[in-house]
Design a protein around this ligand. Structure first.
Ligand code: PHE
Length: 332
């Protein structure tokens, strides 16, 4: 026997007690209990001993091992408390900094953007409409000219709700179903915007969230043309971003608009940024809402609202908008 197990236990005890943090303890753990530890070596040699010795030494090795494990886990618990205290100290907020009564809260950046957009469109004569976040398949897709099984439905990673027939109820994937609700409830002329939360089964990263915000615009009147759409979006661009910004439309596809376009803005540095989908309301969509396309025409657009908030404040990670860390939000 070349290892004095009692002496080894004493050394082990000291080594565990000396580990100053969790990282150091992990190293001690491997040294004392790992595959190359003295204990493991003794254990592997048990087979060569004569049966009587093996019994005695084997039992003692196990006892020492159990004791070392206990010491390590005790020390780990101690160090974890310390580590937690350190984190708490580092993240401590001095509440006396908040001079009560004078330091007021303020609206969330997304709400600020939402209200600014509402103000702007209300100023252009639009009303504000809202619809439910849990939608039926008809309003989110069917009435918008996505027939069942149409591949364009795959553009949206839909989150379905277990209610009624399979896939009949969902979290709305865009604000466009509110167009349908407005046309169902109200005779034209319609000049409305529809801000709200929308949902897609996306993994959260710097530019995607499973919950985000859109603002929809819908105009239905007599003799509305594509020129009206382009002019409205251009007026919006200047009013919202300033006169150094211009806009353009690029051909695109949506089942509920024809023709369809993407709306980009041009920033003062010359770069383009895609902001919205838009187009002329498809005659089928008007018919679905009981409107005769011979009498009425219209345009629609749908913007991502969060991106406007990020741009305005130079924030580069969408997730910050949803973390609700007041040290972050307090800056805006
Ligand atoms: N609803 C579309 C989307 O989320 C955007 C859109 C709205 C396109 C209105 C055209 C007209 O992708």
């Amino acid at each position: 026997m070349d290892l004095d197990l009692d002496a080894h236990l004493t050394t082990a005890e000291a080594a565990v007690a000396d580990a100053v943090d969790l990282d150091a303890l992990a190293i001690v753990d491997t040294e004392l209990l790992g595959r190359k530890s003295a204990l493991a070596t003794v254990r592997s040699r048990l087979g060569d001993m004569d049966p009587d010795d093996r019994k005695v030494v084997g039992r003692r090795v196990n006892e020492v091992r159990t004791e070392v494990e206990r010491l390590i886990s005790e020390r780990r618990a101690e160090l974890a408390v310390g580590a937690r205290a350190e984190v708490l100290e580092a993240e401590r907020l001095d509440l006396t900094e908040f001079d009560r009564g004078r330091r007021l809260g303020h609206r969330h950046v997304v709400t600020q953007t939402w209200e600014r957009l509402e103000d702007l469109f209300v100023g252009m004569g639009y009303t504000v409409a809202e619809g439910p976040e849990i939608e039926d398949e008809w309003h989110n897709f069917g009435a918008l000219n996505f027939p069942l099984g149409h591949p364009a439905r795959d553009m949206y990673d839909t989150l379905y709700v277990e209610y009624g027939e399979p896939q009949s109820t969902l979290l709305r994937t865009h604000t466009s179903p509110v167009q349908i609700r407005v046309m169902e409830e109200q005779e034209p002329p319609i000049y409305s915007i529809m801000p709200g939360r929308v949902f897609r089964s996306d993994t959260a990263d710097a530019t995607h969230m499973p919950v985000f915000h859109q603002i929809e615009g819908l105009v239905v009147d007599r003799g509305i043309t594509f020129g009206d759409l382009a002019g409205t979006l251009d007026a919006f661009t200047t009013a919202y971003f300033g006169s150094e910004f211009t806009s353009r439309l690029r051909p695109s596809y949506f089942p509920f608009t024809e023709p369809s376009a993407e709306f980009d803005i041009r920033r003062p540095d010359g770069s383009w940024l895609e902001l919205a989908g838009c187009g002329m309301v498809h005659p089928e969509v008007l018919r679905s809402c009981g409107l005769d396309p011979e009498d009425w025409s219209g345009f629609a657009f749908g913007f991502g609202l969060d991106r406007l908030a990020l741009m305005r404040h130079g924030i580069d990670d969408l997730r910050e908008l949803f973390r609700n860390d007041h040290r972050f939000l307090g800056q805006f």
